[in-house]
Design a protein. Structure first.
Lengths: 241, 776
């Protein structure tokens, strides 16, 4: 399962400048709770005292391509009275290439290649746009790419990072340091168990968010009127006894 | 050295005056680089348009960039970065790699989308349309594109603005990869940038090219990428650099050679320095004359002018070569003056024809040369003898010159050959496979052919407008123009289907006619209707009610809007492409339709003849050919008139038909032979060949006049031989050096004048030298 966590993060490494060669940084370090001081009680590290824990955690998630994983994405937006829920499969085939295949409730294929995003949907003309036009997405991708390559220096330059670790459950939270970026993206977070990721969540400043449940977590039934709090609970379930 | 104090004083004053004048002139000098000064003056509106297009038209101001050397994704990223960098530069009106951006649309133009979008001709903002649109937006929102669309959805749920921008893209869309333009092979990312400066302005273009190079350096941090920059502006920068480098090298070589030659010939540094004074005076006189008559001097006038007044160097050489012991220089110069003055006057008369050629650059050149030659002649006559050393080597005593002269004297005088040569030359000229005259303005360009071909290739990949064909619509006002343009759409689309053209562009694609906009406005629902329709459309969607209030209010705003005018759009950052497509000419509007990929010009012509009024299809290539041909006819006529005048002057000076014939024959023969040789070598004659032939003819006339003058006295003959030998050798050397130039124009001049000098010298010796029997 560690494999999956790594490749997914790699999938977001679409900014070539930030991205290390696919195999270069792939030295997984298992996060063994017994190696971590204070794991019995749960630890929290803030921006200014990121210890070995966060570094090791991040490094443990680094993985090369290719791979695929099922997902369910819940999109919350102030424009919407109920969340939009789609599910399908994510495929990762290289440092800057991600395929997002929606299978339900309609079919759609999104391909991210480098700086370019392309959306193909049945019965509609292909639409493509550049990452630069979508600062939210770019923030997300650059954050994850730095995370993936274990480039904590770059991560700290762009984000305030904190991580939590309790038993085998973990959560990494990243807040953009740049005020301009913060106007659109409030926070990025990743949660998981051992080396298996459970959720990636992008919280948008206007109150919307996109919660992506991964792997086994994607198989749960999501209530049609799910709220951000409910989703948060789903993502962090084991952390909340 | 035995120079009187007066001579020294005069020398100092002369040099000082020259230095002061030179300093003043170069400070006040305005050098123009507008190539069009050397193009014929346009007479028809088509020709006016042609020249405008050449210098300032959008096609000429567009620089094409190609990025290569990496994987397409990397190139696409680099292309984006390059655009971002270049958009900061004040040098460019617009820079694009084909990517569309809503950010570039000013807020006040947003509501106009309902008047501009052709999508609203097919659909109304009613329930079915809105419902379909909202369903599509829900899917957009849950796709990664959602983050991109979300902020604009409340305002523009039908993505109408995107439709408008899409519609503004070139019709023949270049290949796209990763959202940006690529060549068909997908190996090079392509970009376009339009400079604010005109193409012929090398200084401004230099800044633009520098900006591109700086931006590229920033993008290409690891050095893997290659940038190709192409376009008229880039070429003018490249050529200016090359010309300057070459002028420097060739100029230095020629100067060193000249100094050596003169030192060998006269063995005196003093004479050498003094002999340059008339030439320096000539240069300054030429500059002063052109500046005061024309207000500015073209760079080419300067370059060619200094080459042409090089003839003036011969004047002091004659004085130096003809020195003999015991004869005061002033007396000598009085003897030489009639010959010198005849040569000078006739050369000036020859240049007179350029003064009336209708080409400003040539008129400048004529003015420069005439003023220069006159000054050189007058200073040689009145000043030089007063500062020069009387005692020099008498070249008349030279034994080897005597031997050469005897040798020459024993040569046959093949008068009979002249008609034969003329016939032969005519035959060559008539039967040479290439056209006698070069009518294509394009061949005057010093830009290497491979660069031009690459430029063409890049432009065709980008689908930039064909520069040859263009439709011009001349009507009362903008609205009328836009309406006519809209009427053209249907037939032009038919032509695209038939494959006659691949695309077209005109102002109405950006700003529809007011009538069309008003018709669309008419279709917009009022607030209550829209609210009802929207409420119904929201059924079955997840959108909250009330989020589309901004949309409702903008539709209502659009219902009150007066139609968007061309001026409004032109004033916005989006209007750069409109600039040349529609403009005011006096109290009328002129609209252009540009075409790309024209394959069937006939079909285009037929269509325009049958469907639109007030429209003309321009064939700019035909216009340029006719312009050049028409201009040449004029120049040839004025040359003929000067030839008659010139004969008159020589006849007046020599007062004998036989002498006139002897003087003129070598020059005329040389001109015929040179033309024939050029034609035999496959060269079509251009304007610059004519200039060169004129220069050679002027030189030949001088040689013949001096040989004629020296007819009787053996010492005098040797001195003349020396003078003509030195001056023809020095001229020959300069032009042989010039003929090694990489620039076609310079090379043409070099070869033509070199040939001219050789034939003039040989023929003057053979035909103009005195009868052997008359030798004393």
């Amino acid at each position: 399962m560690r494999l999956i966590g790594g490749w997914l993060l790699s999938a977001f490494a679409t900014t070539p400048l930030l991205c290390a060669p696919a195999t270069g940084s792939a030295v997984p370090v298992a996060v063994q709770p017994e190696n971590q001081p204070g794991t019995q009680t749960g630890t929290e590290t803030g921006t200014h005292q990121i210890g070995d824990q966060t570094d090791q955690l991040i490094r443990s998630l680094t993985r090369p391509a290719p791979a695929s994983i099922a997902f369910t994405e819940v999109r919350l937006s102030p424009l919407l009275q109920e969340p939009l829920i789609v599910s399908g499969e994510l495929g990762y085939s290289g440092p800057a290439s991600l395929d997002r295949r929606v299978m339900h409730p309609y079919r759609e294929l999104t391909t991210v290649r480098g700086e370019s995003v392309r959306v193909e949907r049945e019965g509609e003309p292909v639409r493509s746009f550049a990452l630069k036009r979508a600062p939210e997405l770019r923030g997300l991708l650059s954050g994850f790419s730095a995370l993936l390559t274990g480039d904590t220096a770059s991560l700290r330059r762009n984000f305030d990072i904190s991580s939590r670790l309790e038993s085998d459950d973990w959560a990494i939270t990243m807040t953009p340091t740049d005020a301009k970026a913060r106007r659109r993206i409030k926070q990025l977070s990743a949660t998981g168990h051992d080396t298996e990721p459970r959720c990636f969540t992008l919280t948008i400043a206007d109150g919307g968010s996109s919660v992506m449940l991964l792997g086994d977590a994607s198989k749960q039934t999501i209530p049609t009127q799910a709220t951000a709090e409910q989703l948060d609970a789903l993502c962090n379930k084991p952390l909340q006894p | 050295m035995s120079r009187s104090p007066q001579a020294v004083a005069l020398f100092i004053v002369w040099s000082l005056v020259l230095a002061l004048l030179g300093w003043y002139v170069q400070r006040e000098l305005v050098v123009s680089t507008d190539m069009r000064l050397f193009l014929p003056t346009p007479t028809t509106p088509t020709q006016h348009l042609l020249l405008e297009e050449i210098g300032e038209g959008p096609a000429s101001r567009v620089l094409v960039m190609a990025l290569a050397g990496a994987a397409p994704e990397t190139l696409a990223d680099a292309s984006r970065q390059l655009v971002e960098e270049l958009q900061k530069s004040p040098q460019f009106g617009f820079v694009t790699n084909g990517e569309m951006s809503l950010d570039t649309v000013p807020d006040e133009l947003w509501p106009y989308r309902f008047l501009l979008s052709p999508a609203l001709d097919k659909h109304r903002l009613d329930t079915p349309y809105l419902h379909a649109q909202l369903q599509a937006r829900m899917r957009d929102l849950s796709s990664p594109a959602g983050v991109f669309f979300e902020p604009i959805l409340p305002r523009d749920p039908t993505l109408e603005l995107l439709n408008v921008l899409q519609n503004w893209q070139p019709m023949q869309e270049p290949n796209r990869q990763f959202d940006v333009w690529f060549d068909r092979a997908g190996a090079r990312a392509l970009l376009l940038a339009q400079t604010r400066a005109a193409a012929f302005d090398p200084d401004q273009q230099r800044l633009a090219v520098d900006a591109v190079n700086r931006a590229f350096a920033a993008v290409n941090a690891n050095g893997h990428l290659e940038l190709t920059l192409s376009g008229a502006g880039a070429f003018s920068v490249l050529m200016k650099g090359r010309t300057q480098d070459e002028a420097q090298t060739l100029g230095t070589a020629a100067t060193v050679g000249m100094i050596l030659l003169l030192l060998i010939a006269y063995r005196s540094v003093g004479s050498l320095i003094l002999s340059t004074l008339p030439l320096a005076s000539a240069g300054i006189a030429g500059l002063v004359a052109v500046s005061s008559v024309f207000g500015e001097v073209h760079g080419i006038t300067l370059a060619f002018g200094f080459t042409l007044i090089g003839v003036a160097q011969d004047y002091p050489l004659h004085l130096l070569s003809h020195r003999r012991p015991g004869q005061p220089l002033l007396e000598l110069v009085r003897e030489l003056w009639p010959t010198l003055a005849t040569g000078m006057a006739s050369t000036c008369i020859a240049y007179l024809s350029f003064l009336f050629s209708g080409v400003i650059g040539l008129a400048q050149l004529a003015c420069f040369t005439m003023a220069g030659l006159a000054m050189a002649g007058l200073t040689t006559r009145f000043l030089l003898p007063r500062v020069m050393d009387t005692h020099g080597r008498d070249t008349g005593q030279s034994a080897w010159l005597d031997r050469i002269w005897r040798c020459i004297a024993s040569l046959p005088r093949p008068r009979w050959a002249a008609p034969l040569i003329v016939l032969l030359c005519l035959a060559v000229t008539v039967w040479a496979p290439q056209p006698m005259w070069e009518n294509d303005l394009g061949t005057l360009t010093p830009v290497p052919r491979d660069l031009l071909l690459r430029d063409q290739e890049l432009r065709s990949q980008l689908g930039t407008p064909d520069i040859r064909y263009m439709l011009v619509l001349n009507v009362h006002d903008d609205e009328q123009a836009l309406r006519r343009l809209e009427q053209l759409d249907a037939p032009l689309q038919k032509l695209i289907k038939r494959g006659a053209i691949t695309g077209y562009d005109h102002a109405a694609r950006y700003v529809p006619a007011a009538a069309t906009q008003l018709a669309r406005r008419q279709q917009l629902p009022d607030e209550t209707t829209l609210r009802t329709a929207l409420r119904a459309a929201l059924v079955g969607s997840s959108f909250r009610e009330g989020v589309f209030e901004p949309f409702i209010s903008e539709v209502q705003q659009a219902r009150q809007l007066p139609p968007l005018t061309v001026e409004q759009l032109r004033a916005s950052p989006l209007g750069s492409s409109l600039e040349m497509l529609l403009s005011r000419r006096g109290d009328r509007s002129m609209a252009l339709v540009t075409f790309s990929g024209v394959k069937d010009a006939k079909a285009l012509e037929t269509l325009i003849d049958t469907t639109v009024q007030d429209a003309v299809l321009l064939d700019l290539k035909a216009a340029s050919l006719s312009l050049v041909a028409q201009q040449r006819t004029r120049i040839l006529w004025s040359l003929l008139i000067s030839a008659v005048l010139l004969t008159g002057v020589i006849a007046f000076s020599l007062r004998s038909a036989a002498r006139v014939r002897r003087v003129l024959t070598p020059m005329l023969l040389t001109t015929t032979i040179t033309i024939a040789l050029l034609q035999a070598a496959g060269v079509s004659l251009s304007l610059f060949h004519l200039i060169a032939l004129m220069l050679a003819a002027g030189l030949g006339l001088d040689y013949a006049l001096f040989f004629e003058h020296a007819a009787d006295d053996p010492y005098e003959q040797r001195r003349t031989l020396h003078a003509v030998l030195v001056s023809s050798l020095s001229t020959l050397m300069v032009f042989v050096v010039l003929s090694t130039s990489q620039l076609p124009v310079m090379q043409a001049m070099g070869v033509t004048v070199s040939l001219g000098v050789i034939f003039n010298f040989v023929l003057a010796l053979l035909l103009t030298r005195p009868e052997a029997g008359r030798e004393k």
